[in-house]
Ligand binder design. Structure first.
Ligand code: HEC
Ligand code: HEC
Length: 237
């Protein structure tokens, strides 16, 4: 009577192993972030292909004209954080974020029409990104109130530094953004959205780190970050 049992169980085992196999190849995910939003593998290949194009800074500068109304001619955005500062950001990060906005995996109703093909041509992406990366990061970005910078520093060193770097320099190859010189208001808004699963393209490991953060934790860590300076890209003062 053993054989029939095994025959019944065998297909089930196949199903179980197949499901486990499917999980192994995927990125670790925070609950609530769908794999189709966090399209890491796909994006990585696409961005790297765009980054291999020979850069024409003039073409990038020309394409950026449409963006200046919000992000300003020097890429500095707005001190109140409504529009992020883009100057000195890694080209890889800029391209990834624009592609994510374009695909609708990063919600951004204000930006959406400007990420569209009609205004920003796909072929302009590597040039506009390289142009923005080459702009110096202004030091007069919006800063936090400075109430508890010691705790902000502790939180940053414990939970963020490993990925975003000692000076907030990020990691171009791993699509980790420069945070140095970013506006406090923008940092607070984005970090809360990442924590609350509202920025669906957010790195899943970062989402996990932010899970236990209160609004106040977010504000003190953003305050600390808003004061970071990345010497290689900072504008001379
Ligand atoms: C109407 C105003 C507006 C215009 C025009 C605009 N943007 Fe934006 N952009 C925004 C806002 C607002 C955000 C922040 C969205 C958010 O809070 O998620 C943003 C975010 C971005 C980001 C993500 C930054 C980051 O740190 O992740 C990039 C990159 C960007 N814009 C590039 C561009 C480019 C390139 C153009 C021109 C083709 C452009 N934007 C035109 C309003 C605008
Ligand atoms: C595991 C690596 C990792 C850790 C840890 C991490 N981040 Fe991030 N962070 C990223 C990546 C990658 C992105 C780009 C998101 C994406 O995939 O589009 C990002 C994006 C951000 C952004 C958006 C920046 C922008 O220009 O829009 C903010 C703000 C941010 N992180 C803050 C933090 C804070 C605060 C902490 C610590 C509490 C933290 N991160 C910890 C990897 C990390």
């Amino acid at each position: 009577m053993r054989m029939p049992h095994l025959l019944l169980v065998a297909p089930l085992l196949v199903v179980v192993f197949t499901l486990q196999g499917a999980e192994i190849g995927e990125q670790p995910r925070a609950p609530g972030i769908e794999a189709e939003d966090y399209v890491w593998e796909h994006t990585e290949d696409e961005v790297n292909a765009l980054l291999s194009v020979e850069v024409d800074y003039e073409q990038g500068r020309y394409a950026y004209v449409y963006c200046q109304g919000c992000h300003r001619a020097d890429g500095s955005g707005r001190q109140d954080g409504t529009y992020p500062q883009l100057a000195g950001q890694h080209a890889s990060v800029l391209i990834k974020q624009i592609l994510d906005i374009r695909r609708g995996s990063r919600d951004n109703p204000t930006m959406y029409p400007f990420a569209d093909e009609h205004i920003l041509e796909y072929d302009d992406l590597p040039h506009i990104a390289a142009y923005l990366e080459s702009l110096p990061i202004p030091g007069d970005n919006g800063k936090g109130p400075g109430d508890d910078l010691a705790r902000g520093e502790r939180l940053y060193n414990r939970d963020c530094r490993e990925c975003h770097g000692v000076n907030g320099e990020g990691d171009a190859e791993r699509f980790k953004p420069v945070l140095a010189g970013q506006h406090y208001g923008y940092l607070v808004r984005q970090t809360k959205e990442i924590r609350d699963l509202e920025r669906r393209n957010a790195n899943p490991d970062m989402v996990l780190v932010l899970r236990g953060y209160s609004d106040e934790d977010v504000e003190v860590v953003a305050d600390y970050i808003s004061r970071l300076v990345m010497p290689e890209r900072a504008a001379p003062r």
